[in-house]
Design a protein around this ligand. Sequence first.
Ligand code: ZN
Ligand code: ZN
Length: 367
Amino acid sequence: MTCTGVQLAGVVGASSDSQPTTYRRSVITGPHEVAFEEVTIPEPGPRQVLVKVAAAALCTWEQRVYAGIDNWSYPLVGGHEFAGEVVAVGPGVMQPLAPGDQVAVAGLRRCGECWACRRGYDNICDNQHAATREPGKPWGPAGFAEYTLVDGYQVYRYPRPVHPFEAALAEPLACVLHDVKRFMPRRGDTAVVVGAGIMGLLHLAALRSTGAVVVVSEPDALRRAKAVEMGAHFVIDPLSEDYVEAVKRLTDGRGASMTYMAIGVPGAIEQAVQAAAKRGVVSVYASIHPRGTLIQVDPNIFHYKEVVLSGSLAQDHEDFLDAVWSIAHQTIDLKPVISAAFPLLQLEAAFAAASRPDTYRVFVTPD
Ligand SMILES: [Zn+2]
Ligand SMILES: [Zn+2]
């Protein structure tokens, strides 16, 4: 079915006085500064979809912007991990969407025209941010709001109802599936996840179904316990034991077949390269701050052991589709990483909660 006209569900352009014509959105205007503004609920143009947000998760990017570590994104309307309900569908949207459909939104955009997009690597599009940014004007994926207008290609429909918090985790799960699919372990491999924050734990959840033995390295005892609860075969405390020795001990001296770096610690990448098995892969999943930080590795490791050092960023369309399908059919349990929820107006309290070491994903809900 092709939707050719704007379909209304009693919100956009509604004549009844009780229907809202404006909505609230949050803008991160500077370090530890959040403003709320009322803006007109837009009508979707060609190939656009208006979504009423049900839940949005606070990711590391927005946390860095709020904390002032990333200070080049202001004024930002954050929220790229969110799910909600279709309100209105613009002309020319090709997928069969109807008002009321539960959807997840791929918050990061892609241009479809750059070299990377045309080679099929649209997760590393040249123009991810350019499309929505005008100097001085609030910009961003806009999930920290009551409504948001997105392009049809960003919208993924859930085939059956799921909890809004789980639905909102399609984006980070898709990123993790991208990494695990790029560097897929085989049965008989030992896969190591470095870091048991939300992204490390999602890696663990995705790796549990591959047949690989999964090891999680994490200095925080509570987080190690969480990894065990979620099915890690072994955990390493890199503060009390040498990481390289521990990996060797757990692999009969061979080393790790796959290592997923879910923390941005440069020294840990150096250690992971040292602890890699022959033909082992180390994937730098987490970004490193400050940017420009260098690492040192012995290049002979690449020659004598055919080790691969690579990385992974965001997700492509297929990863997102797979994440939505997995969540809809409960093939991956995301409940253990859902920590807390706050009303949208308490976004700053939500940021404070998200920065605590005992939380994984914290959500805001517009209601
Ligand atoms: Zn994210
Ligand atoms: Zn592109």
